[in-house]
Design a protein around this ligand. Structure first.
Ligand code: SF4
Ligand code: SF4
Length: 78
């Protein structure tokens, strides 16, 4: 399963990563005040959220063997 690693010490809470995710995989955790990958199965490992983070607080951790890898899904549909 893909995941996101958030450095809570660096995150400024700007929410740009939440707004940037085109599949809405990232949601805002109100209790912790940081973004979370709420729907990792929807992540398309596009790295937009990682690139857009002005604080470099977010890292996308791809799981290339995941059944949710977009390439794996595409192969299954052939
Ligand atoms: S890598 Fe892309 S699809 Fe995955 S959480 Fe980030 S913006 Fe969304
Ligand atoms: S874009 Fe970066 S600094 Fe802004 S909320 Fe997301 S992880 Fe935090």
């Amino acid at each position: 399963m893909h995941s996101l690693k958030i450095d809570e010490g660096l995150c400024t809470g700007c929410r740009e990563c939440v707004d940037s995710c085109f599949v809405d995989a990232i949601r805002w955790d109100e209790s912790k005040g940081i973004p979370i990958c709420a729907y990792p199965e929807d992540c398309q490992v596009c790295f937009v959220c990682e690139r857009i983070c002005p604080a470099r607080a977010l890292e996308v951790i791809p799981d290339w063997k995941s059944k949710y890898n977009p390439r794996t899904i595409a192969k299954d549909r052939r």
